[in-house]
Design a binder for this molecule. Structure first.
Ligand code: CU
Length: 109
């Protein structure tokens, strides 16, 4: 390695090492291990109350951290702890509440 490329490497790495711990801390807090997100396509959504019912049904499932229901798209975006629950349990919860669901997107981690 030449001196010039060595200096270039240091100047590239230095800002990164200074900022990395901060960035990592934030990421870890917002996204704990095993956090997964799925989008469920839901049937029978007809009014604003349906959104509330679906939200409540999903929030009752242990491990569910965040639920965002999109009325226009007829979907629910669910963030959950993959150690505690899974997409099948989420679909069962909405189906039991009267809204048969299916997986709209593959599971992301
Ligand atoms: Cu309704």
């Amino acid at each position: 390695m030449t001196i010039k490329s060595g200096l270039l490497l240091i100047s590239l790495l230095l800002p990164a090492t200074l900022w990395m711990p901060v960035a990592y801390a934030e990421t870890t807090e917002a996204l704990p291990n095993q956090q997964q997100m799925v989008t469920l396509k839901l049937e029978n959504m007809t009014c604003a109350m349906c959104i509330v019912t679906i939200k409540k049904a999903l929030q009752k499932v242990e491990g569910v951290q965040k639920v965002a229901v999109d009325y226009d798209a007829k979907t629910a975006e669910v963030t959950f702890d993959g150690k505690k629950t899974n997409s099948a349990a989420l679909i069962k919860a909405t189906t039991d509440a009267g809204y048969p669901g299916s997986l709209a997107t593959p599971i992301t981690q």
